[in-house]
Write a protein that binds this ligand. Sequence first.
Ligand code: CU
Length: 483
Amino acid sequence: MNTIDRRTFVRAGLALAGTGLLAGCTSLGTGASLILPTSPRIGEAEARRRTTGRTHEFRFTAQAAQVDLGGPQVNTWTYDGSVPGREVRVRVGDVIQAELANRLPADTTIHWHGLALRNDMDGAPPLTQDPVAPGGSFTYRFIADTPGTHWLHPHSGTQLDRGLYAPVIVENPADPGGYDHDWTVVLDDWIDGTGTTPDEVLTRLRQGAGGMGSRHGMGGSFAPGGNVRYPYYLINGRVPAAPVTFTARPRQRARIRFLNAASDTAFRIALGSHRLRITHTDGFAVRPVDTDTLLIGMGERYDVTVTLGDGVFPLVALAESKDATALALVRTGGGTPPPSSFRPPELNGEPLGYDRLVPVEEVQLPVKTPDVEHRLDLTGGMMSYDWGINGLPFDPARRLLIREDRRVRIIIRNRTMMWHPLHIHGHTFQLGDTGPRKDTVIVLPGRTASCDLAADNPGQWMIHCHNTYHHETGMATILGYQT
Ligand SMILES: [Cu+2]
């Protein structure tokens, strides 16, 4: 177990709060009293969660390993030697007990992305726990009461851009079902072990334009969707030359859970000769809507159902503005797979916008005037690589202060030339008045996203861009409950 006293980091935070060094319009006053991860309020919130009482035990060993991507062999960091890591699958209300053993040469933790779980299990060091040191371990234990397609990954440096990620499926018995297969499709952009580590990518990005055009260069064009050119794009850890194949029978229905685990790449998705019926985003049900293609930002998830034709079909994820694809195959009959670079015409359709997603009634936040409003301007640029919020890089002493049981509105304005998938920990929000419930939202350049949430999960929570490199260089802040 962790040898460092948990209170060390908590005291450090309190000490800062008393110094008056805090800056910014929403910083802590000297009198502010935060609900910390060690507060009894965290356990009280957990006691209010509905549980089945069933516990599922998992063990994740974070370790270096050589991984076969379907041809390319890469040395990288993994959970238990595989990319993606083993899928966690439980039912809503079950208890997840997961031991993380750290055999990496660096501190790490597990963040449970999409789960509105108890604050001290959120895995965001040093805010919610001390990092787990090399050779150390930490056991996560919490009620998983957020149904849907979620995932887990570290929350340290650029580790997410290695092979450290795994799906977390929280099944909902109330889902209508009506499908024969349940497939998970994990998208990723890959560079680690190909001659450049994610840490080196970060260094070059920080060097700005001077670092561009070098080996595995940062894309010279200012593509709004991402700037790192990756050698490979993967579905379930495989390059297009050696795709995973999902098998079924014609006319069967499949539920496909898409999850974008990439660090700097949005993907446009299509299944050749099929329409996708979207049923959920970020775990929350929407009124079913059909589309040829959808765009999925880093950290986002979409569940779709498809009624399968007869033959072999390419499931293609086009790396947005990067002119490269990831591939899987769906096979229900005979036939020759298309070439690995094939792009189904469905990709040329208009990707479905958030405005066409309507949450089902059960997941809609009741209409309420917000008690508090926070404005987050996303700032910075590609050249200076100075990503931040309200013109400032991340400062652990700064908080967006809120109180329990209030309705909170967070207005995110993108003042940059790139788009950013913003992720809020521990909560889900409703986009606008009637938009979908989500935990990660793409905010396009010059656009604004209004996110309403119920402050029902006390603690200290990260809000950040899910572009690993934007997050690491400063586009992050903290949503802080105070007493
Ligand atoms: Cu960003």
